[in-house]
Design a protein around this ligand. Sequence first.
Ligand SMILES: Cc1cc2nc3c(=O)[nH]c(=O)nc-3n(C[C@H](O)[C@H](O)[C@H](O)COP(=O)(O)OP(=O)(O)OC[C@H]3O[C@@H](n4cnc5c(N)ncnc54)[C@H](O)[C@@H]3O)c2cc1C
Length: 335
Amino acid sequence: MKISDNYSLLAHNTFKMQVSCRRFIELERPEEIVSLAAQHIFEQPFYILGGGSNVLFTRDYEGVILHPVFKGIELIKEDEQTITLRVAAGTEWESLIEYCVENQYYGLENLTGIPGLVGSAPVQNIGAYGMEVKDSILTVEGYLLPSVEPICYSAEDCRFGYRSSLFKTELKGRCFITYVYFKLSKEPHFNLTYKALSEELARQQVKPTLENIVRCVRSVRDSKLPDITQIGCAGSFFQNPIVSEEQFEQLHQQCSDLISYPAANGVKLAAGQLIDKAGWKGHREGDAGIYPKQALVVVNYGQAHPEEICQLYEKVISDVYNKFKVLLRPEVNII
Ligand SMILES: Cc1cc2nc3c(=O)[nH]c(=O)nc-3n(C[C@H](O)[C@H](O)[C@H](O)COP(=O)(O)OP(=O)(O)OC[C@H]3O[C@@H](n4cnc5c(N)ncnc54)[C@H](O)[C@@H]3O)c2cc1C
């Protein structure tokens, strides 16, 4: 493992916050977590960081950051229709997508273009273009912290929900994920329920294949989301809120064009539309802003300080609440 003290996190958070941590530990093997426990590392504040694409550091982190760098994709089981892959936490998500396209494995293609590492994917049950990673996850392996008790959870144990799981709720910050097992199909089957994706396939006049879907998803994403090599952000900053049927009816009278989706416990609204209707889309305060092409995304145009980002997102939450009585919650992990 590699240990660095007073380490800058600038290259480790896509929001590009200029913060540092007291100690940064890169784990080259999963078992190293056990020797860290023997050194009493977990008796001080610690945080597990993947690619840093779903975090907002609000200040320097006065503790230890654990960062998995062990990578690898292993085919561990195969039958006529399916395969099971064991993927190490430090593997880039996009290299898993590329591996699946190369080998013609179906099930993750709509999730192309999501930054980050495989170990983080179960944490918020990443989702995009009508697909959620939970539908392809078989099991998740790791260690509970600080006890370093090994765990192996089935998808059901993980209690996946919309942008949520056991790892973002009860076990938040207390489970170091080492491997994710995916069950994928060798037979073509596609999820084209998301309108923007089917429209893009039609626009490009191509048939649904793995390659075409990946290309179309990437092109739709590029048209809506900032290029994180140029503009700091953490993707969708806010979760889409779920309101009761009753509240939805009231809101619908206020705005007849309200976008809504059925949800298990009510009606899911598009947070971006509410932010847009409240007049925040494209708003900029110094280097902090609301992305002009997608109001869900809070951006750092260059040198924004964490406080400026926080002031802006808090203003958005309070204004949307005043106008619609809908409470937006950050999807991003605020540290
Ligand atoms: C431009 C952009 C677009 C995005 N689009 C999407 C999208 O379409 N859909 C979507 O769902 N998300 C999206 N995201 C959010 C983000 O990319 C995903 O949530 C991603 O899975 C985060 O991966 P990461 O490795 O960067 O995680 P990090 O940001 O490093 O961590 C995220 C959370 O996971 C925890 N964690 C990380 N690694 C581990 C581990 N090994 N064990 C246990 N816990 C761990 C962290 O403690 C933290 O709570 C987007 C982000 C950006 C910047």
